[in-house]
Design a protein around this ligand. Structure first.
Ligand code: GLC
Length: 673
């Protein structure tokens, strides 16, 4: 459609870098304008025209639907919700003129300290990959492109620009790359490389990863762009197969021109990148675009996803759902809930957020009354003392106390990490003091990554992980607390007993870089290997309903192809949804492997008393591990176990599979003459 032969050399050089912060070049008007915009939690698009008129960035930013953060979407374990989030944001993109949405991020949650974990799916690559794939399919179904990011090994925010990630090949292949490998099956229009060097070479010029792995091994054929200002040298990046440097940088032109003049960069290498940019522009022009939702419907979608992502972690004595009486709602978020984590993913909405205590009150109706403190309910989690004396009086007289606590976009944000996973001292004190005057406490936790709840967990009867819920947060929390909606979220990252128990301990990152010492043992893989308990394990989440698992069946089609099925029954009198998880365990392997690995999951709606059959396909990759000696995935003969669980620690059904591939498919070390 757009012929490279119509472009001058000057136009081609300009085309492989942005025109400004958000737009691509147009080759002196020969090409249509393409606009890139964040983010995974809602469109965050600045009007260039308003900026050029001198309007401040916040005022120049379009007001769109603030969706639940990815950490909440992930806890739904529901690919349909991921698709819905994608297509919902895409409608805002179509209305505001964004052609490519810079999302989703699939970096693995290696440490809960990472400031940007709210924007990522999980500690597990399989879950991350399939949820991201559905998100991409949702966005692109509307004719808007995506940018799968940040490729790769950007697992802390501290000096993300220069700190080297030193990762061994197995950890790369089994932990940090698979989410990209799975998600590229949705054919994202673009992939965004990360800032950091990987094993010494900046991602933006890491030809082995960009061309060898992403394009060669994973079959990605879209455009690879840099993260913003991630390019060290434009000619070197283009030569190492980056396609587009973002954003505009004045030196880019001269670096490429000089590279061509010196013969370091050939015109053919430049043209390779130019063709990718032309292909992206063509996609943006020819894709079928249709807005199908109103602003109100997008809010409803945000609410639906928020409801499904809220995770009930503890419910002692069935204190939830609230049945009535005097419900005192206090804490930093008794009014409005934190929209999301800080940085480029924070969408700006003009939706007038509801108040949590009012929403609970509305749902209690005649059964009870929800009210909040007389004190100054601060929105900052650092100034509790002012409200304490007022609120403790109220707490003493209440039947139930709902404490809305957590972090916010100043504590969890792009560009910097947390130094602790505890709540603020004031919030911890607030919980402990309240527990002295009332034993019926429900903590609602707003956070984007794991919180160490151990200082107060035994003093409260229930904990509801709300995460960062976007604009519909207050309504969603009230729906769950009052039982209007039965919670069905499950953890996609481990909640440890303390920071020191995590794979990276309490390290906060050193200036020179990071050696991923734990290798493949990340998340639940780590706690299994170290035989460490977690406060709440990966995959954990409670319901107001109760589910029984039965009848595991394994059907064999070949040595490495199987179908497993099992039944789930809702043995309660409450309708609900259950997330079932399938893990594979390699009983004996030549190279060390995790105790179990997630290889399937499903979310099943079951009416009270209803039973349903759930099936999953297992294929070669369900059993394989990456063998660096042969530089490939390898299935080792022997015994495997299928573990079907309600969480990684609550295994309900097990079955055995014996794999016996021909000897010539096994590597020499396994020969037994
Ligand atoms: C930021 C982020 C990236 C975002 C881009 C544009 O630095 O790392 O995720 O899409 O720049 O805002």
């Amino acid at each position: 459609m757009y012929d490279i032969k119509n472009l001058t050399l000057d136009e081609k050089i300009k085309l492989v870098a942005g025109k400004n912060n958000w737009q691509l070049e147009t080759a002196n008007g020969k090409l249509p304008q393409v606009f890139l915009a964040d983010g995974p939690h809602g469109l965050r698009k600045v009007s260039v025209e308003k900026l050029e008129q001198g309007v401040a960035e916040k005022e120049a930013t379009y007001k769109t639907t603030a969706m639940p953060n990815i950490c909440v979407l992930s806890n739904t374990w529901n690919t349909e919700m991921a698709y819905l989030q994608g297509e919902t944001i895409a409608d805002d993109c179509l209305e505001c003129g964004a052609d490519v949405l810079l999302a989703p991020g699939v970096n693995i949650k290696r440490t809960p300290l990472c400031g940007r974990n709210f924007e990522y799916f999980s500690e597990d690559p399989y879950l991350s990959g399939y949820m991201a794939k559905a998100f991409i399919e949702g966005v692109q179904s509307k004719g808007v492109g995506t940018s799968l990011k940040h490729f790769c090994c950007n697992n802390r925010e501290y000096d993300r620009w220069t700190r080297n990630s030193e990762v061994d090949e197995r950890a790369l292949r089994e932990i940090y790359l698979p989410a990209f490998e799975i998600a590229v099956k949705a054919e994202p229009w673009t992939v965004m490389c990360s800032y950091n060097p990987v094993n010494g070479v900046y991602a933006s010029e890491n030809k082995k990863l960009l061309d060898g792995v992403l394009r060669g091994d994973f079959g990605f054929n879209g455009l690879i762009m840099s993260d913003w200002n991630a390019v060290q040298h434009s000619a070197k990046a283009i030569k190492n197969t980056l396609d587009l440097e973002m954003p505009y940088r004045p030196e880019a032109y001269t670096e490429i021109k000089q590279g061509l003049d010196d013969g370091y960069l050939t015109e053919a290498e430049l043209d390779r990148a130019v063709l990718k940019v032309l292909a992206l522009i063509e996609k943006a022009q020819t894709s079928k675009k249709e807005v199908t939702t109103t602003k109100e419907k997008r809010h409803e979608n945000a609410l639906e996803i928020a409801r499904e992502g809220i995770t009930l972690l503890k419910n002692e004595g069935g204190i939830l759902p609230l049945t009535g009486g005097n419900v005192f709602v206090s804490g930093a978020y008794a009014y409005t809930t934190p929209m999301g984590g800080g940085g480029s993913a924070l969408a700006l909405t003009d939706y007038k957020m509801k108040y949590v205590y009012e929403e609970i009150n509305a749902r209690l109706g005649e059964k009870g009354k929800a009210y909040t403190g007389k004190g100054v309910v601060s929105t900052s989690p650092f100034t509790y003392a002012w409200t304490m004396k007022h609120d403790l009086q109220e707490s003493y007289h209440a039947d139930t106390v709902v404490l809305c606590v957590g972090t916010n976009d100043t504590i969890e944000s792009e560009s910097y990490d947390r130094f602790s996973i505890r709540l603020s001292k004031q919030q911890e004190e607030y919980i402990k003091e309240t527990a002295k005057v009332n034993e019926n406490i429900v903590v609602v936790l707003f956070a984007g990554s794991a919180i160490d709840c151990s200082p107060w967990i035994d003093k409260v009867k229930a904990v509801v992980l709300a995460g960062f819920l976007g604009e519909a947060g207050s309504e969603a929390v009230a729906d769950i607390l009052t039982g209007k909606i039965n919670p069905s979220g499950k953890l996609t990252e481990t909640y440890p007993l303390c920071l020191e128990d995590t794979p990276t301990g309490d390290t906060i990152g050193t200036a020179m870089g990071e050696k991923y010492e734990e290798g493949i043992f990340v998340g639940y893989r780590w706690y299994d290997k170290k035989q460490k308990d977690a406060l709440f394990p990966f995959g954990h989440g409670l319901s107001y309903a109760k589910f029984a698992y039965s009848n595991l069946e394994i059907t064999k089609f070949s040595e490495t192809d199987y179908e497993i099925s099992y039944w789930i029954t809702n043995v309660s009198n409450v309708d609900g949804k259950e997330v079932s998880q399938v893990y594979i365990k390699d009983i004996l392997s030549t190279l060390e492997r995790p105790e179990k690995e997630l290889k399937g999951f499903a979310k099943t709606y079951l009416k009270a008393g209803e039973s349903k059959k759930v099936s999953h396909k297992l294929d070669r990759r369900s059993f394989a591990y990456f063998m660096t000696a042969i530089d490939d995935w390898y299935v080792e003969n022997g015994d495997f176990e299928v573990l079907v669980g309600a969480s990684s620690k609550d295994i309900r059904l097990t079955g055995k599979i014996q794999i016996n591939l021909p000897k010539y498919e096994q590597v020499s070390s396994h020969y037994t003459r």
